[in-house]
Design a protein around this ligand. Structure first.
Ligand SMILES: *[C@@H]1O[C@H](CO)[C@@H](O)[C@H](O)[C@H]1NC(C)=O
Ligand SMILES: [Zn+2]
Length: 416
């Protein structure tokens, strides 16, 4: 019987760890205000992040290589602390004969500086960067050039705060031992920019999501060192957030909750949307100050109150009452990951944008307010996930100590 005790303790420890890893604390209104919006970087003509992606980028083409290089240069120059790698494959397609078409997925990660491989659980943010072969010259601005640019912005918006947070933890002496005891967890961010999502001909299981099928199989077969927290690369993914078809403003996007298993994460997004709207941080809102003053005339400006429009709600499904979940019915890059047990949050509007798979899905048809709002929302979600409260201030110094709330949180864990 004696030998059972360590086992029980170990089991308790694992249980504790599992409970803690579900922990998600919301950030304050002040921190929400500090989340930077993409501005001139999203200009469709010469914006640094978005404009280089707004070109045809069919797998294996020159445009595809140029866009991939754009991502690589961005991480290399602007975010040198991110680790960038590729996962490559080739496949024949129904319209390219015997030729093997190359598919290149880009994986960018940022881990706590002291973390060992196999110990980091990821918030994985995903979009595809390839564009559809037809119609000729198709740009795919919402599909998914804009989501790729959003993720670049998110990575850059959080980078400084991650550095500060990890430095503060390091100074407070909270790192390896706490993790070894299972009292804290290593949380990292992973960004997947995937190739070959689009069908070359008609969408079938075979002719679609070439990049994600290859990557999911590869991650499943990539083992971490023995006794790691996560035994292979795919099990390191805590939540796979897939962005697709975002950036159209009218009609107002409607975002269903697709998966019962991740409805909790959907609810966190929905709550953030509400809070951002309440603070006038959603520029696409008809009640945003920029929209309201535009329609109120009068050279001296009257104090006349305009009637408030009904505030739109993208995440309308927060109190989902029925038990019908559409997850998996919309085929997209998440399928090979879902089939391997990964939790999915699918951010794809239903109905799809009106420009979907049409020539008009180009830069000119993006709504910059909507796109900026999506970017702020996803960045806020990631900031909450990574517990960046107190670190978002650009002016904060690296020496900033952990605040009392953060200390108390860690201490209470240690005492458990
Ligand atoms: C994958 O493809 C990219 C782009 O062509 C190349 O730079 C990289 O070296 C390749 N990686 C591997 C592991 O083959
Ligand atoms: Zn598409």
């Amino acid at each position: 019987m004696k030998t059972r005790l360590p086992f029980v303790l170990h089991a308790l420890q694992i249980l504790l760890f599992v409970c803690l890893s579900r922990e998600y604390t919301s950030i304050s209104d002040d921190a929400l205000k500090l989340i930077p919006r993409p501005r001139e970087d999203f200009d469709i003509k010469n914006g640094k992040l978005l404009s280089p992606i707004l070109r045809p980028r069919v797998p294996g083409s020159e445009g595809s290589t140029a866009v991939l290089n754009h991502f690589v240069d961005f991480f290399h120059n602007d975010l040198p602390q991110w680790k960038v790698s590729f996962q490559n494959s080739t496949s024949k397609t129904p319209v390219t004969g015997n030729k093997e078409i190359p598919f290149v997925n880009l994986i960018a990660t940022r881990d706590p500086p002291w973390a060992n491989p196999g110990e980091v659980g990821y918030l994985t943010l995903v979009a595809h960067y390839d564009s559809k072969m037809t119609p000729e010259g198709f740009i795919g601005a919402t599909d998914s050039a804009a989501p790729c640019a959003m993720l670049m912005h998110t990575a850059r918006a959080l980078d400084g705060a991650l550095t500060k947070k990890w430095a503060a933890m390091d100074q407070a002496g909270i790192k390896q031992e706490d993790y070894d005891l299972g009292l804290e967890e290593h949380k990292g961010i992973q960004i997947l920019l995937l190739d070959g999502e689009e069908a070359f001909d008609q969408w079938t299981k075979k002719d679609s999501i070439y990049g994600s099928k290859s990557l999911a199989a590869d991650m499943e077969a990539t083992f971490h060192p023995a006794l790691s927290t996560y035994y292979n690369a795919i099990s390191s993914i805590h939540l796979f957030v897939l962005l697709d078809l975002l950036g159209e403003g009218t009609p107002t996007p409607k975002m269903p909750s697709y998966f019962k298993t991740t409805h909790w994460a959907y609810q966190n997004m929905a709550t953030l949307e509400d809070r951002l709207r309440a603070q006038s941080l959603f520029s696409s809102s008809p009640n945003h100050p920029s929209k309201r003053s535009a329609s109120s005339g009068g050279p001296t400006g009257t104090n006349e109150q305009q009637a408030k429009s009904t505030e739109p709600k993208w995440f309308f499904d927060i109190d989902k009452s029925n038990d019908r979940w559409l997850g998996g019915l919309i085929e997209d890059d998440h399928l090979p990951f879902m089939a391997r047990g990964v939790d999915i949050l699918h951010l794809i509007p239903n109905p799809f944008p009106t420009v979907w798979h049409k020539e008009t899905d180009d830069g000119e048809h993006l709504d910059m307010d909507t796109l900026g709002d999506w970017t702020v929302l996803v960045t806020a979600f990631a900031a909450e996930w990574m517990d960046l409260e107190g670190y978002m201030d650009k002016k904060a110094t690296n020496k900033r100590a952990m605040n009392d709330k953060q200390k108390a949180k860690i201490i209470s864990k240690t005492e458990l």
